[in-house]
Design a protein around this ligand. Sequence first.
Ligand code: ADP
Length: 191
Amino acid sequence: MRIVLLGAPGSGKGTQAALMVEHLNLPHISTGDLLRAAVKAGSDLGLRAKAVIDRGELVSDDIMLGLLEERLSRPDALGGFILDGYPRNVAQAEALDELLDRLEQPVDEALQIDVDIEMVIERIAKRAKQEGRSDDTEEVVRNRMKVYADQTEPVIEFYANKAILTRVLGQGDIDDVFQRIKGVLQIRSES
Ligand code: ADP
């Protein structure tokens, strides 16, 4: 199964993706993680990306598509994947569509984790203490939320129009949310 996970920063995508990985035995492809690895490795791309990430802006569509193509071409992605952090705007959604059409591997399910913004800000503040991410300061988080509302929310509509979008309530504890997701995946795998 090829799954796209959608949701605001701090909506719990990464946490739920980790549970889904175990449940479905599919690789978790997080563009945020791919970028952070590039930054850590000190590659050219990583250095260029870091400044953008630290402002809470989006890295250019070209760079992202290159990174994603490289990752999707690895053998472990052939049997499906859980994509987290991509697409983040409609141009990326269209590019992904084109790429997967070419590979004859279209997205099966777009899963939106729906959360309350206040809750998300609380969660990120907590994560900032635990992980020390340089883009988790209040000002940058506010900008990430704005970028999400302006650029990423239209992606939800994009998948709704394809009739593969399901909205899951992201409130409650981790396992409650995961049970909801499992229910959705069960239905999708039977259809
Ligand atoms: P979040 O918690 O905001 O969902 P991620 O770990 O997914 O965080 O991403 C962190 C940052 O990496 C983003 O704010 C953005 O700068 C960059 N990034 C990740 N994925 C993409 C993408 N598909 N397109 C552009 N930039 C991206």
